[in-house]
Design a protein around this ligand. Structure first.
Ligand code: FAD
Length: 460
């Protein structure tokens, strides 16, 4: 089968077969369970940011592109009573679909860190001004600006302002990534601007099979010579983006709209759609290379999960939703998953990246960061809202993985047992996007196995 990619992956010491078996048996089932919990299924996002790069984009009228945000009705007493009952019966109690738990509705860091102290205490501290009550308003504002700047400088992607009234919670389980019908010049423009303008590629080098290029008869040899000649960091960058693209296209082929009538829609695997995108002959050799990039992306995100274990292991860290028993069970499951991720025998060695001359390496890292930030901003130009939702989530998740990989010193310096705020921080938005993005890649790897067996059944 053409999708039976085999052997060692370029730029790492890992073979594809090891990833297949590790993911499908050890990671995938645990991750799916974790991602269906309240903490991970509700993602706060602003889908109404204007596109910062062009204004002439059309409105997407495709019905499968619609996103249904959660309703913001708050019956707090009622919910408190339900939380109490949920705590009592434990994991049997799941949220009513689309209803955001009260505990999640407050913002970012503090509820991950402070649940052991208690919410009220945390709010009190914040009202008193956690820094120093005697500071003037201007100094406090300046300090906050600096803090924002510090956080920003660590990041590889743009995060939405969760406090903006335009940001809304979306239940990811109710809005799954699947075929939407978004295609043609609008979709190509997004991919094209990512590859042509944001992958360090000079205009003179032509991408193979680029549908928007005038010379789309190019056999791609020039492109691959250019790619091989790149430094390992820039090559890795291209492979991450291409892996993300391959993963999205695997999902839309695996959850394709197969049939529709008045009563129901039938979603499932579309083998010929998958073949069109990845078959070696039909794609002039490109398909298998793209699937290998998907595995490369998997390794990068897996490595980030292994490295972030100490952050989540701290007793002060809680996956807070306000349902204590469930929250504790989720933390246990999360740690189990991270220990499994850590046990992977052939991890990607990120120390090979940005390792050369210190000054050059710093400059390269900054370029890498800026370019990746640009890609996360391009997601606001995706006309199809469902594609925009998952595109934003997955670029944020990958950006968070990169932030982790290159924050080794801060993670190591983290205080182990105390409740003091560590210098390395992840917001809830970053945590949710990190795990859900990895969930998408893990599902893609699992789907490749399904396609392999569907294709072999077709042959018999
Ligand atoms: P495209 O996938 O549009 O690719 C354009 C060109 O890029 C190809 O002709 C080829 O030259 C090159 N290319 C393709 N794959 C790779 C790769 N892996 N690496 C390097 N180069 C490559 N559609 C859905 O149905 N559901 C979704 O959830 C969805 N999400 C999307 C999210 C984003 C951010 C974007 C930009 C698009 C999304 N789409 C989604 C659309 C989908 O990705 C395709 O663009 C669409 O199906 C049209 O496919 P295509 O065969 O014309 O080629």
């Amino acid at each position: 089968c053409f999708c039976q990619v085999t052997g060692t992956l370029d730029d790492c010491a890992c073979d594809v077969e090891t990833i297949d078996s590790f993911n499908n048996k050890e990671i995938f089932p645990k991750l799916q369970k974790l991602l269906s919990s309240d903490y991970f299924r509700f993602y706060k996002v602003n889908l109404n940011n204007p596109c910062p790069f062009w204004t002439d984009h059309s409105q997407c009228g495709l019905k499968y592109c619609a996103v249904k945000p959660c309703t913001e009705v708050s019956f707090s007493k009622c919910i408190r009573l339900r939380n109490f009952i949920c705590d009592f019966i434990g994991s049997l109690c799941v949220s009513i679909q689309g209803e955001v738990p009260e505990g999640l509705k407050s913002s970012s860091y503090k509820y991950s860190e402070a649940a052991s102290q208690d919410i009220e205490e945390c709010e009190k501290a914040e009202k008193l001004g956690a820094v120093d009550g005697s500071l003037s308003d201007e100094t406090r504002q300046a300090l906050q600006e600096w803090k924002k700047h510090d956080d920003e400088s660590d990041r590889f992607c743009m995060l939405d302002d969760e406090d903006s009234p335009k940001s809304q919670y979306v239940d990811l389980l109710l809005n799954p990534e699947r075929f939407t019908g978004y295609k043609g010049p609008e979709a190509w423009r997004i991919w094209n601007s990512i590859y042509e303008e944001n992958c360090f590629k000079p205009y003179s080098v032509k991408r193979p099979l680029n549908p928007l290029a005038s010379n789309s008869g190019d056999d791609g040899q020039g492109f691959y010579r250019w790619l091989e000649g790149l430094c390992v960091e820039k090559r890795a960058f291209f492979r991450l983006v291409s892996g993300l693209h391959a993963s999205i296209n695997t999902h839309l082929s695996a959850r394709y709209l197969l049939d529709e009538n008045w009563f129901e829609m039938k979603w499932g695997h579309n083998v010929s759609e998958f073949q069109q995108r990845f078959d070696e002959e039909l794609t002039e050799g490109e398909g298998p290379k793209r699937l290998r990039n998907l595995y490369f992306l998997y390794l990068i995100e897996l490595r980030a999960l292994a490295k972030i274990l100490p952050y989540f292991e701290r007793p002060a860290f809680h996956l807070y939703t306000g349902q204590r028993t469930q929250d504790n069970e989720n933390k246990k499951l999360l740690l189990e998953l991270l220990h499994v991720a850590k046990s992977f025998p052939l991890h990607f060695d990120e120390t090979a990246l940005f390792a050369g001359n210190k000054k050059e390496a710093m400059k390269l890292k900054e370029d890498f960061k800026m370019t990746f930030k640009n890609i996360s901003r391009i997601m606001d130009c995706v006309e199809c809202f469902k594609c925009r939702l998952w595109g934003k989530l997955q670029t944020q998740g990958l950006g968070t993985a990169l932030k982790i990989l290159f924050s080794e010193r801060q993670i190591e310096a983290m205080p182990n047992m105390s409740n003091t705020n560590p210098s390395f921080q992840l917001s809830r938005q970053e945590i949710v996007s990190l795990f859900n993005a990895f969930g998408r890649i893990s599902t893609s790897v699992r789907e490749l196995e399904n396609f392999r067996s569907l294709l072999s059944n077709l042959k018999q």
